[in-house]
Design a protein around this ligand. Sequence first.
Ligand code: ATP
Ligand code: MN
Length: 257
Amino acid sequence: MKDIDRILDKLRIKEKDSESRKIYAEVFDEKTLKTLYKLASKGLIQALGGVVSTGKEANVFYADGKIDGELKPVAVKIYRIETSEFFKMDEYLFGDKRFDLRKISRKDLIFIWTEKEFRNLERSFSAGVNVPEPYEYFRNVLIMEFLGEDEKPYPTLFDLRKDLPDIVDLEELFEKIKENLRKLYQDAELVHADLSEYNIILKGEDPYFIDMGQSVLIDHPLASSYLERDLKNIIKFFSKFRIKEDFESFLSYVRGD
Ligand code: ATP
Ligand code: MN
């Protein structure tokens, strides 16, 4: 218990009251606390802020970060080590030539997954796709650009579903999503593989893709079926606003054939 208190002190938890500290102590297992301690010691995390999202596989937090000597808001995505769902990850890792699964124990799979999301974001960011800039990863913790203001994340397309027509020109938004998908496929050579209104954040009028742990290289054996699913999710979402798109022409636009 003393140990945990010391770590929480090091993380300079912004919510000072003991109730919040209790929550942090509960959501982080001991290994994760040690990982966060290390990131705080390196100065990457200056102070850990509030919870942005709690999910089945990961929790996302706001933090004041320090990247290359510069203070900036960061998102800290922490994959649960004790997750019951991560057997699903096999499908996305198997067939990815970058990772040799035969040598990896089940426990380390979650660390590989974190690295995979980092590398997918890095590839996408370098190719000019709108994604949060990835800064660092260590074990099951990923630090990236915080897409939001005043410690609050920008909304997803799902959050905005009702108000979207009042906020943006939907035709233009669809066009921007298509362009980002084409860059993702042709320049980053990746398929997102979990794209939908839940994993697209709107920053001003620009769509940003998030949540890329499951993204695969285009030569993955199941890449084309993931791509089909992604495109169909987007078509379905926009059809609710009476914007029609033909799957085949969308597909050839994205693939450039
Ligand atoms: P779940 O287990 O719930 O499916 P997840 O794996 O889907 O979690 P993400 O989609 O990456 O996790 O993130 C969950 C939420 O956290 C997002 O909907 C978004 O609100 C917020 N979020 C994620 N990344 C960022 C970021 N870089 N900046 C701001 N908010 C973010
Ligand atoms: Mn998500």
